[in-house]
Design a protein around this ligand. Structure first.
Ligand SMILES: NC(=O)c1ccc[n+]([C@@H]2O[C@H](COP(=O)([O-])OP(=O)(O)OC[C@H]3O[C@@H](n4cnc5c(N)ncnc54)[C@H](O)[C@@H]3O)[C@@H](O)[C@H]2O)c1
Ligand SMILES: [Zn+2]
Length: 339
């Protein structure tokens, strides 16, 4: 099993790309580990969990809350987890966020690793050390930054992933291409959702490439002072939409990226909006959508990236080159109203 180690400011993480779930026991001992997963994954991949101590959570974002953390901690005590125990989050971003958080606070911190099982977790959520939970309507309001010791990638886990979750993950893949990797954007244009689902030979290296884009951005700016903000491309408007409408995260971000491309056209003479839109559609994502602009703008104004009168917006100079720009709120409102 090939291991690639990446260094972050206070620790390092071993990445096992193109591995198999079976090999988990070569990384950690079954005896000193506890897996945390959700009910869907546990049922769909039951055989894999044989012989592993496992805590099974209810599936869904609504369970990424303190009550679940409390329940996990009680089970850890029951299972006699101690400082030598490693917690392993096997799941999508909900499971990995919560596992990383519990591992950071249980006995003032124990080791943890992840086996991401959604495309979104493989390319985004499980990387970068942001762990946390939601509080009421406030997403990721409580948490910390602490890196996992390892990540094991088994692409075959995606065989059971529903189509909507694939699209969700591709929103972040397209985001990475837009801000950092023009060649990957071309590759995405040449494929479709269906062709990539069928071809492990293309998919596995594509996932690794995306993971490495995120790893590099995080290495350069672990605590989000600058470059890491680029990962918010499509997310400023996306979060505001997600807050107001029942949308998947990936759908909201896709609409956000469409508008961000349009704003880039106005402010930076970005010329490739149509290519962005077409690629999003190719991967089953929405683009231009009508929404209650004044209402969404109210939420957008409260965004964390706001600074006094302007808001830090991620725009594109060209595909493959994202930039951070402070836009006065009134100007932003005018531009969005023109769509
Ligand atoms: N920490 C970060 O940097 C970061 C970044 C992006 C997103 N996130 C978080 O990630 C979460 C979203 O992640 P997600 O989309 O993976 O959500 P998720 O964990 O809720 O998974 C989506 C659904 O897919 C199911 N599932 C997972 N793996 C499966 C498989 N292999 N086969 C069949 N079904 C499977 C899950 O049970 C769930 O119903 C959000 O809470 C978000 O805040 C965190
Ligand atoms: Zn996202």
């Amino acid at each position: 099993m090939k291991k690639q180690t990446f260094r972050f400011s206070n620790s390092s993480t071993d990445f096992y790309f193109d591995a198999s779930f079976k090999q988990l026991k070569e990384i950690v001992s079954k005896e000193h580990s506890i897996i945390i997963t959700d009910e869907n994954i546990f049922e769909l991949h039951a055989a894999k969990f044989k012989g592993w101590k496992t805590i099974v959570l209810k599936a869904g974002e609504e369970y990424k809350v303190q009550a679940t953390v409390d329940a996990i901690i009680l089970q850890l005590i029951e299972l006699e987890a101690d400082r030598k125990t490693t917690l392993i989050g096997v799941g999508g971003g909900v499971v990995t966020d919560i596992t990383g958080y519990v591992a950071s606070i249980y006995m003032r911190g124990v080791a943890f690793g992840f086996v991401p099982t959604t495309l979104l977790a493989m390319v985004d959520a499980s990387i970068g050390g942001k762990n946390g939970i939601d509080v009421g309507v406030y997403k990721n309001m409580v948490g910390n930054i602490r890196q996992p010791s390892f990540l094991l990638y088994d692409v075959s886990l995606l065989k059971t992933l529903p189509d909507a979750e694939w699209s969700n993950g591709f929103a972040e893949v397209i985001k990475h291409a837009c801000i950092k990797d023009a060649a990957m954007f071309k590759l995405l244009q040449q494929h479709t959702l269906a062709s990539l689902q069928r071809s492990k030979k293309v998919l596995a290296p594509l996932i690794e490439r995306n993971a490495k884009i995120k790893i590099k951005v995080v290495q350069n700016d672990e605590f989000e002072k600058g470059e890491r903000k680029l990962l918010n491309f499509g997310h400023t408007l996306g979060h505001a939409l997600e807050n107001q409408y029942q949308l998947y995260h990936g759908q909201a971000v896709a609409i956000g990226m469409t508008y961000a491309a349009g704003i880039s056209k106005q402010l930076l003479k970005f010329k490739q909006t149509d290519a962005v839109v077409k690629t999003l559609e190719q991967y089953g994502l929405p683009t231009y959508a009508s929404f209650d602009k004044p209402k969404v703008f109210e939420v957008l104004k409260m965004d964390k990236k706001r600074e006094r009168t302007g808001i830090n917006y991620i725009l594109l100079e060209r595909i493959g080159k994202g930039v951070i720009k402070s836009i006065p709120l009134t100007e932003l409102e005018d531009i969005i109203n023109q769509f």
